[in-house]
Design a protein around this ligand. Structure first.
Ligand code: F3S
Length: 755
């Protein structure tokens, strides 16, 4: 599990030279985010200014982290690159597939049985290609990364939206899709639009019932779920230094809820303390030696409004505890206003379950503060009214808090400890009775509270708060309780009040663990066989896609002309299909089933030109494939918006679609198509969309001289014997044209490593 100190020292050595160069080019002081971004340019030392919100930049991240649901396809693709080892340090974390039902031990056992083939695959592929593997029960990706791999000034991508958690330790950490992870592990650059910057100036100090979580709950209320899109949020000011490293991580984690690219805090004494407590004193020493590079320049702090695109200020001394929700994390209520909101909106006042933990809030500090309240409940003879669960973020935290007696304390109030995994946070919660769909309230210390997310019941009103507030409300058993002002009646009929929570930032006796759940890669990878059963319906090894045949594409059939919105969800649906994420053939049976057919306005009903019958999109496409006929998909505006899900590009490629022709593309999807060796084309004149007819055969001409900036030509052969021709545009650069010719970007790498 050891972090790579030499790699980190290398980053620091480069950082000094590159930050100086960037400062010169920009001609102004730099923020922390800019320092880290400029020191991770793929091109090396910066030679040009990259404009915020405009320029697309190639980066060279230091690390990759993947969770088990997204790692499957990322690693199957990585194997296509033919590299003997991953190009950058990478880890896999088995946390998403464990269902919470009765408690940690039994739930973990069930998950290991049920997901054995997935875990065996991930373990063997990690072993063979040099990835660190954290098995089921080891913990949640972001907590494990924070404890082991995050480092100030680093840059990481992770296949999970809460990857920014590592910003608590001063790292630029960004959530991506599996294709990006596979590219970086294969040795390719990673592209991002230069983010804009929001500065959040924190003054004052947290105290009493207020916790780090309340900072981000308040910020979410200010910025809303879209306010951070395209931005890095940088927190600074005296107030920032009063927050522990894990508290900072909580704030950065939930930056995902405002849509931020990532969030970050500067390196400070609290970061150093956490690094030292988690046995990474060498990193703290290295960071101390360049600490002026691990924070924004002083001029920025002196005049933030000049340098940030947007500035927000918050006095922590005046910040109240918050409860956000229901159904959206940006509906922010200061606790003093929450009870009225509950009553006025008719939300169920009785609290059914309080859930603490998750990747957002399961540090030693969080657990110890929540436990201080649980202990008060015991001491003050209070009967705890709601169900109460604890999800530790890692085995390191779980073992340590058990040793220090906190889990016993929770047991005294009826708390159930769940596995060190995502569990209810990702809907992996077999909540008894949820299927009845009854109206009820829960409150969690997690990050998301969308309808149905936790238990599948659309009538569950889910609220988000700090672990302290979750615990206090669970003790009271109602949402309208304010522990700062309200009394409770104990089992002896006496009125009592809860005192403010107290806790410890780090364990006095240090962290401890017997088996952290880590598997280092094999010392002799040649002996390792990647385990994929040929009969598996969840996993399938990939075959490289065929190279371009070297000629124009003629006689393609129109597969579907999609009308209106066609997101990656329409192209590759989630829900029950998630199970097949590692099996391209099986998941391809969802290809474009959500797209609306222009000709009949129906979904998943298109004409098969070979039979003249209407059938499901995947079935029709498979029929063309069986007859060796290529096809073309036509789309409307912003085709492929939504997530970066690579399956939306891989499925058409796998089933034999040759080109996607649209009015416009969502950029990430367009790039994903290019990487998979597909043609992504746009109408030069959007009115030409109307020329496409249901029975068309289509030629794409000009491929033999395919070049950057040169349009291609589409010829439509209509069923009445007439033809029409029009130009189509593309955005392929020279390298991307090579991807097309080779059959995929990974085929190029494969060639370059001689596989
Ligand atoms: Fe898992 Fe929930 Fe975090 S799903 S990674 S615990 S946001």
């Amino acid at each position: 599990m050891a972090f790579d100190l030499e790699m980190i020292k290398g980053v620091y050595a480069r950082m000094q030279e590159r930050v100086e160069a960037a400062r010169k080019i920009e001609g102004r002081p730099l923020t922390l985010a800019e320092k880290i971004l400029y020191s991770h340019l793929w091109e090396g030392t910066p030679t040009q200014v990259y404009e915020r919100g405009k320029s697309y930049v190639d980066f060279a991240p230091d690390r990759v982290a993947m969770q088990d649901a997204t790692a499957q396809m990322a690693l199957l693709q990585f194997m296509q690159a033919g590299r003997p080892q991953v190009a950058v340090p990478s880890t896999v974390h088995c946390d998403h597939l464990i269902q919470a039902e009765v408690g940690a031990t039994q739930d973990l056992k069930n998950a290991v049985d049920k997901n054995k083939e997935v875990y065996d695959f991930l373990s063997s592929v990690s072993n063979k290609y040099g990835l660190g593997f954290w098995r089921a029960g080891a913990g949640i990706i972001h907590q494990v990364v924070l404890e082991n791999y995050a480092f100030p000034g680093g840059m990481m991508i992770g296949t999970d939206s809460h990857t920014p958690n590592a910003g608590g330790l001063g790292m630029i950490a960004i959530g991506v899709g599996g294709a990006d992870a596979s590219d970086v592990m294969s040795g390719l650059a990673w592209e991002l639009k230069m983010p804009r910057l929001i500065g959040v100036k924190l003054t004052g100090k947290l105290s009493g019932w207020t916790a780090a979580k309340d900072v981000i709950l308040w910020v979410a209320g200010q910025l809303t779920v879209k306010g951070g899109t395209g931005y890095v949020v940088e927190y600074f000011g005296d107030g920032a230094e009063s927050i522990s490293a894990t508290g900072k991580a909580t704030i950065c984690n939930m930056g995902a809820e405002i849509g931020a690219t990532t969030s970050i805090f500067a390196y400070d004494a609290r970061s150093a303390a956490y690094l030292r407590a988690t046995e990474r004193a060498e990193i703290a020493d290295a960071a101390d030696s360049i600490k002026e590079y691990l924070r924004s320049d002083d001029e920025i702090y002196a005049d933030p409004a000049t340098y940030f695109d947007q500035l927000i200020e918050l006095d922590l001394s005046t910040l109240e505890p918050h409860v956000n929700g229901p159904f959206t994390p940006d509906l922010a209520w200061p606790l003093s206003k929450f009870a009225t909101a509950v009553r006025e909106n008719g939300w169920p006042e009785v609290l059914s379950v309080g859930l603490i933990g998750s990747c957002t809030n399961s540090s030693y500090e969080d657990v110890s503060r929540a436990a201080s309240l649980a202990q008060q409940a015991v001491d003050k003879k209070l009967t705890v009214s709601s169900e109460y669960t604890i999800t530790p973020g890692s085995e390191l935290v779980r073992y340590t808090v058990e040793r220090d007696g906190y889990l016993d304390t929770f047991a005294h109030i009826g708390g159930v400890v769940l596995a060190n995994a995502c569990g209810p946070c990702i809907g992996q919660w077999a909540r008894h009775g949820a299927e009845k769909g009854e109206k009820n309230s829960i409150i969690t210390s997690f990050n998301r509270n969308f309808s149905k997310r936790a238990d599948g019941n659309p009538n569950t009103h889910s609220f988000v708060a700090s672990p302290e507030i979750v615990t206090a409300l669970a003790i009271a058993g109602r949402l309208t309780f304010d522990p700062r002002t309200d009394k409770l009646i104990n089992s002896e009929g006496v009125e009592v009040m809860l005192d403010e929570p107290s806790g410890l930032e780090q364990p006095v006796r240090g962290y401890a663990v017997e088996d952290a759940g880590y598997q280092a890669p094999a010392s002799d990878p040649s002996q390792v066989q990647v385990l994929v059963s040929p009969t598996s319906d969840r996993l399938q090894l990939l075959e490289p896609f065929a190279a371009w045949e070297g000629t124009d594409l003629k006689g393609l059939k129109l597969l579907i002309k999609a009308k209106g919105k066609c997101t990656t969800d329409h192209i590759s649906m989630a829900g029950p299909w998630l199970k097949y994420r590692g099996h391209l053939d099986n998941i391809s049976n969802n290809m474009l089933i959500g797209a609306v057919n222009y000709y009949n306005e129906k979904t998943n009903t298109i004409k098969n030109q070979l039979t003249n019958q209407y059938a499901e999109v995947p079935a029709v496409q498979r029929d063309y494939k069986a007859h060796g006929i290529g096809t073309i998909v036509v789309g409307d505006e912003n085709y492929g918006e939504g997530s970066s899900r690579e399956h939306a590009a891989m499925e058409p490629r796998f089933l034999g679609v040759r080109a996607i022709l649209t009015k416009s593309f969502a950029r990430i999807h367009e790039t994903n198509l290019k990487k998979q060796g597909m043609l992504a084309l746009t109408f030069a004149y959007t009115a030409d969309y109307d020329k496409i007819q249901e029975d068309d055969s289509i030629d794409i001409l000009g491929l033999e001289t395919f070049a950057e900036g040169q349009p291609l030509t589409i010829v439509l052969h209509h069923i009445d014997g007439t033809n029409e021709e029009f130009p189509v545009n593309h955005t392929y650069n020279e390298q991307q044209i090579e991807w097309f010719k080779a059959g995929s970007a990974l085929n190029i790498i494969r060639r370059s490593v001689g596989a």
